[in-house]
Write a protein that binds this ligand. Structure first.
Ligand code: CTP
Length: 413
């Protein structure tokens, strides 16, 4: 996990991190470290059971603040740690949340400081997020599922559990999410939701056009921008499907990913996915041409010095086709194109927007951005151009999603 991956993303946020008892407490240490690296201030509160798994000293060292365990802690002037701690927080995250702790929440019990402060929190203002961690049988038990449902009905937000090896040696559901996944979930939870209820389809990355079973034609697109747009759209509340060419990038949490190779595969997947979508964003660097026929066997040198002659045919233009579909033309599908140019950015982008038939086209200098983590964008629509100056693809993706949301809600109005 790259600790700087979330740098600054939780700046100004105050998180109460609660640990209840479970082997996953070791992951809470890393979670705490990542929260601090993300710019959050973190106040750790532990149950007695959690102290059996990791010491308050370790959590104090990682959070930079003394840890609270007991509701009888005499440090607060008013001796009301549960009130003070819960009112300062932008969010209370309990991870690990044990089966017993969830049962306490379901019943509104307040026998220990952590459960007490969850109960005492101003429910409309301070969200409670749970990262459960337990054995798969405990997780699947009707009592746990019943308690969880009750806790969710009472306003808590479930961060989900992972599937895999468990500390007890069994395998199944109930593992706590990894530290980085918890941070990503928290950032997403706290983000504004201008795309709530929208379904977004995004193409990303290069395509790979086979010459024979071992060779092909592709390009330098890394897919980073498309993946960043997918993450930002999901954080903004959308249901996101990412149609990805061959790239080595982790799938943003909560995003459905469909892997494809060739332009024709991407075309088929995108056409199927946009059928009930509200927004289509084409960030992929689709190969314009493919070899007219791919050899079934590897093309061998025959020693004569003759080189193979490749003939090409044009690939379908995914964006143009979708942008000219009846749903897009009727305004039911908002299409956004990208333009990778090597020169004359503005003029080429304006011409391409008209040619593709999209309301919004996002232009960038291809060779200057392929593979990099930052970029600068030019947004072109029928009103003119707008610059999004040099920034990380993460920030640009958030700005772009905000611009798309503004236009889509304008259309709806
Ligand atoms: N695009 C697409 N299908 C293609 C080619 C491009 O969906 N077969 C999309 C890209 O995802 C991007 C936009 O069209 O959103 C523009 O891609 P770009 O490569 O910049 O332009 P081209 O259409 O290929 O035009 P040219 O190569 O002449 O610049």
């Amino acid at each position: 996990m790259n600790a700087n991956q979330f740098a600054g993303e939780l700046a100004g946020r105050h998180v109460v991190l609660g640990l209840s008892g479970g082997a996953a407490c070791f992951k809470a240490a890393e979670f705490c470290r990542l929260l601090v690296k993300s710019g959050a201030t973190v106040q750790v509160v532990m149950t007695e059971a959690a102290c059996q798994f990791i010491t308050p000293v370790a959590m104090q060292a990682l959070s930079g603040r003394p840890v609270y365990v007991s509701q009888w802690d005499a440090r607060p002037d008013n001796n009301m740690a549960h009130i003070n701690l819960s009112r300062e927080a932008d969010a209370i995250v309990v991870a690990p949340a044990s089966a017993d702790f969830i049962a306490q929440l379901a019943q509104g019990r307040a026998g220990e400081l952590l459960a007490l402060l969850c109960l005492a929190r101003p429910i409309a203002r301070v969200p409670l997020l749970l990262g459960p961690a337990m054995n798969r049988e405990m997780w699947a038990h009707p009592a746990t599922q019943r308690n969880l449902q009750q806790v969710i009905n009472d306003g808590a937000h479930l961060l989900g559990v992972a599937h895999g090896d468990q500390a007890c040696g069994e395998f199944g559901d109930g593992r706590m999410l990894e530290a980085g996944e918890l941070v990503e979930e928290l950032i997403a939870f706290l983000a504004p939701k201008p795309l709530l209820g929208q379904r977004v389809v995004i193409t990303a990355g290069p395509t790979f056009e086979a010459i024979d079973p071992v060779r092909g034609i592709t390009n330098h697109s890394s897919g980073k921008m498309g993946f960043a747009v997918a993450r930002a759209a999901r954080e903004a509340g959308a249901e996101v499907t990412l149609v990805a060419g061959p790239v080595h990038l982790p799938t943003p949490r909560g995003v459905l990913r469909i892997d494809v190779q060739s332009a024709r595969d991407m075309h088929a997947a995108a056409i199927a996915q946009v059928e009930d979508a509200d927004i289509f964003v084409a960030t992929a660097a689709v190969a314009d041409w493919r070899p007219a026929s791919a050899a079934e066997q590897k093309i061998k040198k025959d020693g004569s010095g003759e080189v193979p002659q490749l003939a090409f045919v044009e690939n379908p233009d995914i964006l143009a086709e979708i942008a000219h579909s009846p749903r897009a033309q009727a305004g039911d599908l908002f299409c956004v194109g990208f333009a990778a140019e090597s020169e004359n950015l503005k003029a080429n982008a304006q011409a391409k927007r008209v040619r593709k038939g999209v309301p919004l086209l996002v232009a960038n200098i291809g060779p200057a951005t392929f593979g990099r983590d930052d970029n600068a964008l030019l947004l072109v629509d029928d009103e003119g151009v707008m610059e999004l100056p040099q920034a990380s693809k993460r920030v640009l993706a958030q700005q772009l999603v905000a611009e798309i949301a503004r236009r889509v809600s304008g259309l709806d109005a």
